[in-house]
Design a protein around this ligand. Sequence first.
Ligand code: ADP
Ligand code: UDP
Length: 250
Amino acid sequence: MSSKKKKKLYEGKAKVLYSTENSYSIIQHFKDEATAFNAKKREIIEGKGVLNNFLSEFFMQKLNSINIPTHFIKRLNMREQLVEKCEIIPLEVVVRNIAAGSLSKRLGIEEGTRLPRPLVEFYYKDDGLNDPLVTESQITTFEWASETELGEIFEIALRTNDFLSGLLLAVNLTLVDFKIEIGRSLKSEGEKLIIADEISPDTCRLWDSKTKTRLDKDVFRLNKGSIAVAYTEVANRFDLLPKNVKSAVK
Ligand code: ADP
Ligand code: UDP
């Protein structure tokens, strides 16, 4: 699989996408920029891109290994990975186990309350509209996804939640909630769905199971310390970082 960079396709808040010589694969470059509140809060955090590149590689590879298909092909270097290009479904798929963030605000549920069962929510991916919460009926009416795809998306989201919850609990981390993006594979005729984008502490809420310390982007959102330190802690619990990176990220 070719991994030679051709041209810049897109630059977003956290990543840059490059084309390769193969029309089915692209390169994802992880930047050090951290943003929150629809990019109203913005900062460069040295090492964040490297940490998310390693962490997303780890989670996606684990999912691939249990046949939950993701776009991840291989990590190329400290900041870049080769991924399968796909047609992104314009939804942020959020799964929640414990109330926090916008759910707590919207419904007045105290942060930290365990939900009776995992909750799946959909937000329409549109920065101009502030990614509004949308219903299943809106999703099929506006043809963002078909009913069959929506069924598959629920299944992928809940399987991912079960698997990642267990993986994280083994290192004393509680998966409070997370966001995934899903795309249609361009390779297969049968409209196969794959997990795309990234899975990292930027897109998950991770609390230490014992102390409830936050080890995710809330550290940045709520000014609770250094996210480089928090994300390094997550990576080190899985022993993901090469020796030189362990000391480079403070
Ligand atoms: P944003 O667009 O919100 O600023 P990023 O900086 O993370 O966020 O940009 C990455 C972009 O790449 C997102 O729009 C995401 O939907 C898109 N993307 C992620 N994975 C793939 C993929 N495998 N194929 C095509 N697009 C992808
Ligand atoms: N999330 C994300 N990108 C977004 C919005 C949310 O990755 O644009 C993640 C967020 O990190 C959390 C989960 O989705 O793990 C639920 O976020 P929530 O709806 O509570 O919104 P927030 O508190 O981030 O505004």
